[in-house]
Design a protein around this ligand. Sequence first.
Ligand code: C2E
Ligand code: MG
Ligand code: MG
Length: 720
Amino acid sequence: MVAGALVCAGYPLLPDGGLTPVVVYNGFGVLAFAAVVAGIRRHRPAAARGWWVFAAGLISYVCADVVYEVSGLVLGEHPSPYWDDLIYFSAYPVLLAGLLMISRGRGRREPAGLIDAAIIAAGAGLVFWVLVIQPTLGEQGIPLVQRLVKAGYPTFDVLLCAVVTRLISRPGPRVAGRWLLAFGCALNFTGDVVWSLTDRDDSYSDTLTHSCFILAYAMWAGAALHPSMARIGHRAATVPRFRRGRLLLLGGVTMTAPAVLFLQGARGEVINWPAIGVGAVLLFLLVLTRLAGFVGQTQRQAAELEELAMRDDLTGLANRRRFELRLRAAVAAGSPQVCLLDLNGFKRVNDRHGHAVGDHLLVAVAARLSSELPGEGLLARMGGDEFALLLADASAAEGDAVIDRLAGALRRPFAVDGHELLVSAAIGVADGADPVEVLRRADVAMYAAKTSQARFRRYAVELDDRADEEARLGAELRSALDAGQFHLVYQPIVALPDGRIRYVEALVRWGRRSPAAFIPVAERNGLIVELGEWILRAACDQFVAWQAGYGDRAPERISVNVSARQLAEPGFAGVVADALARAGMDPSSLIVEVTETAVFGGGVAVAAVEELHRMGVRIALDDFGTGHSSLGLLQTVPVDVLKVDKSFVDNLALAGRHAVIATALIQVSDGLGLTAVAEGVETAEQAALLHDLGYRFAQGYHFGRPVSQPAFDGVEVPAR
Ligand code: C2E
Ligand code: MG
Ligand code: MG
């Protein structure tokens, strides 16, 4: 390209006439051809065929130039028509076809762009026809063939115009190669126009045209050699937008008819009514077609957008918005059945296997639920792990039957990313005459199903009462915590057989209410996190106070219950560390009691337990033996203490096989080097039996009830 510019600058200095300018100009044409061939070979563009056609057109064009120049030099004039015209006329279509093929590449058909190009061609065609072609055709005293040949060139220019428009406006990567190609065409066009508008034997215009052509060659060569040429015509990544520039261009082109009319009128020429009329109508029709396409595209996009806005991205099911719309319509038309379905244990899957597996599980659940619903109802994902089903026209019995089938389907394990995952769902179903109310009822029923472990629950008014009760209790808990109405009691954990207090377990109290009544509520509404932190700090402070007050007689350790929700809270280990540090307590003096179910799922809960264990805190498995996979847990969770559940102690004194489990558990515990604590020891007989079995730690009413101040020195202070 630089060479092209230099040659252009130097070109006027060359001696006028003679062989040198001819050789320089055409030599450049040959070089451009060679560059195009080299470019194709080096960059191997997808549209290679188009480039080869273009190269063929280019070399034919150069041949025509050579014939033209040489014939001029040899014959002393340019005969017209002559052989060069024939070659030009065959070179132009090839060149244009090549350019079109390149610009199209492997992209999809794009009718809008074709119409745009046609509009440009029509506009340019009108101008050329009125100002150049028709006057040429009408020239007097020149043979018809000669006039036809002369008019042929501007016709090609009009087509060239359309091709340049295509090149520039086609959606796809706007790379340097594409611009160079288009600029080359524009220069070629300019050269042609200058050539046809001026006197051909005038050396000034000759220099100007040739400079244009040389620069065009340079641009084309540059386009072919630029690596980006391989990407011209690649598919556009996005739907092309109708930009303002294009609108202006197309609008401007439609003005050509009045502009030509004005020009002819101003020049006092005879106005070419038929041509201007045909041109104006043609332009009008083309623009109309374009607009119709544009409106169609906009409507299509609007429909697509609406579809997207109503669909859940992950599962492809309807989303909450569509569900609510359809529910509203269904409620207006009759009494639909609505079912809400919340996966149990989904969070665990997410924590344990990562979000990708969680997402794939949701997709699999959606697919299975859909396959169980042949044509019945609308299934939607309402968000997270919650799905909803709308049965627009079903009786309660039919609804129950469908839901029973769904619940059954969900019980089969899911194979996801190489994992066998077991999920179940809490399902609530309801009907009613108001869309908001139906959803609320289904939600209440689902919530009840969650706490009752039932396969599914149908809404009933009592459920509302229960939910109200729970909400009220939740609110009371909140204010009780703010008002400092909780306190701790401590139950001794003693050594066997002498009953000496070794540890204490901290148990929370709220007035006279049992923790069994309010802890589950606090777990569900999340308050346990804050309450648990308070319990932990209070227990640590009390422990340190005892150590200061009782010295050797103080308990060696204090045991604090921690619920699953607390373990799942990020940064829980940090909270424990802070409580220990503030109280000035050694981590090994603290025992954290977790239940088997809390750590069963692994994930964050186990990670928290591991972190605590690394800090030196002791870990106890509470109510051991009542959860699932008790023994398996001992391999995955770092445990120091097994709290053998009361149910195994209760049965000890009964004859027969009842001592078998208590015996097995002490053996496991001893084998693994753990401390076993027998819970709920109520009689001396149980205590003696446990001691015989090998138990060295026990807890229960027989040794002491939970009280505010246990009798470390023999004097028990009763609970407040
Ligand atoms: P747990 O951790 O297994 O606590 C032992 C429960 O058994 C206590 O009931 C205790 O009073 C009771 N118990 C002790 N010895 C005997 C006995 O000889 N016979 C009988 N029948 N019962 C005995 P409590 O205090 O009502 O606590 C119930 C459950 O509430 C606890 O079971 C624990 O899971 C939970 N909980 C209590 N305090 C807290 C707390 O501070 N935080 C958390 N997260 N949960 C707590
Ligand atoms: Mg406990
Ligand atoms: Mg227990």
